[in-house]
Design a protein around this ligand. Structure first.
Ligand SMILES: *Cc1c(COP(=O)(O)O)cnc(C)c1O
Length: 353
């Protein structure tokens, strides 16, 4: 594909690496391309980062036709830059697009856009271990009319934000509340798609949990309000009596690339891993009998996030000894080792820029 590049004439200065935070600072450029039925994708371009202009009737503003992805560019110890399983993001974006009646992108083009953009913004990939250049591809429906139907026009964009280490203050286990009122999504709905609407619908429960002193909620399924699904915007895993259990992808769960990678690493290390239904009753029983040895969330932002305490109803339980567990730590070391190029990559997950 042809990508037209217009470079900025006023490059910005990158803030110091210990002050980056998450998603607040953006690089010099952004990628944009447009779509129209009959014409396909056109005008692939990299332009200076800036505001965009939308028609007030633009579909995304009224009917929420929006999907996104999240991945990182990592600085290796030897100075090189690399991506972690980027094709998985491209494929997932197409699955999300299919669900939301947005146009698909050619997979090869998707990867080329990511690589071309990261190459151009290379100086924005911070250097310290744990820091990264966070990449945010997104797409929205952009018909300029209020009719409700599959869109005829869409826009795909990619922006990037240098981000600080998620664990600048060390890996501290979090307190999680099991949510029994709000649900994130239902089977048949949009749970498996990475779409903005899922986030809008989850915000209220997250805010409630935060007011009560918890960092996130553990979601139950929307049909029976019984089976564990995810934790906040991360997938979730448990070690129960030696077995590693993660919820089966039933359609209402986002198929995380970190989840998939954790499963593959754990199996390679000889652990018994089960993707199955896990009821909240089974989880509470494991907590009460002391069989819940470890619990953690997993996703691109944190890699893994150990769960130290779980609240259900008016009871609060400590998971294991309340500290980061052995398996959680091992996963963190293995995945971050591969991502930041400290460890060899026996899986073929790395894509060098
Ligand atoms: C993005 C996301 C995840 C994690 O996916 P990764 O590919 O591992 O980053 C999990 N749950 C939800 C709801 C998400 O949006």
């Amino acid at each position: 594909m042809e990508i037209k590049i217009t470079k900025t004439t006023t490059p910005k200065e990158m803030p110091s690496e210990d002050k980056l935070g998450f998603g607040k600072v953006f690089t010099d450029h952004m990628f944009v391309m447009d779509y129209e039925t009959g014409k396909g994708w056109y005008d692939a371009r990299i332009v200076p980062f800036g505001n965009i202009s939308l028609h007030p009737a633009s579909t995304v503003l009224h009917y929420g036709a929006e999907i996104f992805e999240g991945l990182k560019a990592y600085r290796r110890l030897d100075g090189g830059v690399q991506l972690f399983r980027p094709m998985e993001n491209v494929k997932r974006m197409n699955n999300s697009a299919e669900r939301m009646c947005l146009p698909l992108i050619d997979e090869k083009d998707g990867l080329e856009i990511l690589k071309t953009f990261v190459k151009l913004e290379e100086r924005w990939v911070p250097k310290s271990f744990g820091t990264s250049l966070y990449l945010r591809p997104f797409m929205f429906g952009n018909d300029e009319s209020l009719g409700v139907h599959a869109v005829k026009r869409a826009t795909f964009m990619l922006i990037a934000s240098p981000s600080g280490s998620y664990y600048a203050e060390g890996i501290n286990p979090v307190k999680i509340m099991i949510e029994s009122e709000d649900v994130r999504t239902v089977r048949g709905g949009t749970g498996y798609a990475k779409c903005g609407g899922n986030y809008a619908a989850s915000t209220r429960a997250g805010e409630k949990a935060s007011k009560m002193g918890y960092s996130q909620v553990l979601w139950l399924d929307g049909v029976e309000r019984k089976y564990i699904e995810e934790v906040g915007a991360m997938n979730v895993m448990f070690k129960i009596d030696g077995e590693i259990v993660t919820p089966l992808l039933t359609g209402s769960i986002l198929p995380g690339i970190t989840r998939k990678s954790c499963i593959e690493v754990l199996k390679a290390k000889g652990y018994k891993v089960s993707e199955r239904l896990l009821s909240v009753d089974e989880l509470v029983e494991a907590l009460e009998s002391g069989k819940l040895e470890e619990a953690w969330g997993c996703g691109t932002a944190a890699v893994v996030s150990p769960i130290g305490k779980l609240a259900y109803g008016d009871k609060e339980y400590v998971v294991g000894d309340g500290k980061i567990g052995e398996v959680t730590q091992d996963l963190y070391d293995t995945l971050t080792g591969i991502q930041w190029g400290k460890l060899a990559d026996p899986y073929g997950w790395i894509e060098r820029i």
